[in-house]
Design a protein around this ligand. Structure first.
Ligand SMILES: Cc1cc2nc3c(=O)[nH]c(=O)nc-3n(C[C@H](O)[C@H](O)[C@H](O)COP(=O)(O)OP(=O)(O)OC[C@H]3O[C@@H](n4cnc5c(N)ncnc54)[C@H](O)[C@@H]3O)c2cc1C
Length: 396
């Protein structure tokens, strides 16, 4: 059983603020390092904010070697999860059905060849470039408009709620729920614990893992993280007989519209460009207009552009759907913020910019290594005080 509690202990080695996937993963790696962690979560249950909005996909196909290494570490860990956590038979719902990024324009195809060449140079040698005809031979549901695809069979997805609960269960940490952190305890410039709606807890160190709310908490210590919160949505269709259950994550690299199988149906997503950032939200509203942009075949961002069977689904008019919304917590360069802040005793593990499920293991292992001194700050590519380079948004 996960140790869920409504009582605050007086002390801990480590207090983790936030019981999403990152807080739970941090608790797991902390306990593996011999630290007694307490996780404080404002909501009544774990993994119910951004984590429950995620589709749970993972991909090693990144545009930089640092994040690629973080995700590859995670993928290997998720495959061995039951052994690593000593939870025999624990099932993450992991499916390695691959990621297929499709190009319809020659310019995109050229960019694909260039990124795959770089990925090969970084040691990710199992990414293939497929011609349009090769793509359709392997994936017959793909449109004739596709001129090329990049493909990695080992990418896939898992269930984010099961992964969060697995970390929590294996950590042996105490999870104090329905308890909000309202302030930081400080002495001689050092953070020594947190004040909460149930009282104060003293600790050797505090880690902020509060997803979209992380900046708000860091500011209590005068630290600015520069996180922007942007609404993202996922459409869940439980029954779509036309959607092949063996299909990979299928991505239109021109628009960012993508889908993947789920139950007897699919998840459909689109990373809308130009969505304005807003304040962090506990209840993120959903939009029917978003659904029409992704599902109506007349929309340029429709999933039917790449996979024409979605046109039949739309024409049938009988598919049930529901929408789930959450916020991406974008850091200034869209890479996570992991490590010590300028205030002694205060660390952050946040800003995963839409990649927190896939990076949860690598990122939280790194955070604990920084905390325990196993990794020097200078060797940490994700330290929060780095120089932020400008980076365009990923299409997904
Ligand atoms: C539509 C959508 C699809 C996504 N798909 C993917 C995907 O396929 N793959 C992937 O890797 N990532 C995906 N993501 C991103 C992923 O969901 C996040 O990166 C990840 O869930 C972040 O986890 P977290 O623990 O940092 O934040 P959260 O899950 O938001 O958890 C933060 C927790 O902190 C708590 N908290 C905040 N303030 C306080 C306080 N003052 N006191 C106590 N508790 C507090 C909150 O209640 C919350 O439970 C997706 C996100 C969205 C929105």
């Amino acid at each position: 059983m996960i140790e869920r509690s409504y009582e605050l202990p007086a002390t801990a080695d480590l207090v983790i603020v936030g019981g999403g996937i990152i807080g739970a993963a941090t608790a797991f790696f902390a306990s593996r390092a011999g630290l007694r962690a307490v996780v404080i979560e404002r909501r009544p249950a774990l993994g119910t904010l951004s984590t429950s909005a995620a589709t749970g996909a993972f991909r090693a196909q990144f545009d930089n070697p640092d994040e690629m290494a973080l995700v590859r570490e995670g993928i290997a860990f998720y495959h061995r999860f039951a052994d690593e956590t000593d939870l025999p038979g624990y099932d993450l719902g992991l499916r390695a059905q691959g990621y297929l990024w499709c190009a319809r324009a020659e310019a995109t195809a050229a960019r694909q060849r260039e990124i795959v060449a770089r990925q090969h140079a970084w040691g990710l040698t199992d990414v293939e470039v497929l011609s349009g005809d090769e793509t359709r031979a392997r994936f017959p549901y793909i449109s004739r408009d596709v001129v090329q695809a990049r493909w990695r069979a080992g990418d896939g997805w898992l269930d984010p709620k099961r992964l969060t609960a697995g970390y929590a269960l294996a950590s042996g940490a105490r999870f104090v729920v329905e308890t909000g952190v309202t302030g930081l305890e400080r002495a001689n410039g050092r953070v020594m614990g947190v004040r909460t709606t149930r009282g104060t807890i003293h600790a050797g160190a505090v880690v902020i893992a509060a997803g979209p709310f992380s900046d708000e908490l860091a500011r209590l210590a005068g630290v600015t993280l520069g996180i922007s919160c942007v609404r993202r949505m996922r459409i869940l269709l439980p029954e779509v007989p036309e959607a092949p259950s063996w299909a990979p994550m299928t991505i239109d690299e021109e628009t960012g519209a993508h889908w993947r199988p789920w139950l007897g149906g699919a998840h459909c997503m689109w990373t809308q460009p130009h969505v304005p950032a807003g304040p962090p939200l506990d209840d993120v509203p959903c939009s029917d207009h978003f659904v029409f942009s992704v599902m109506d075949p007349r929309s340029p961002n429709s999933v039917a552009v790449l996979s024409p069977f979605w046109r039949d689904v739309w024409d049938r008019q009988s598919s049930q759907w529901t929408v789930r919304a959450g916020q991406y917590d974008y850091s200034p360069d869209h890479r996570p913020l992991i490590g010590a802040t300028a205030v002694p005793g205060l660390l952050v593990n946040t800003g995963y910019s839409g990649h927190g499920i896939m990076c949860s293991a690598g990122g939280s292992r790194l955070l604990v290594d920084v905390l325990t001194g196993r990794t020097a700050s200078a060797a940490n590519a994700f330290r929060p005080d780095r120089e932020f380079a400008h980076r365009e948004l990923d299409v997904i």
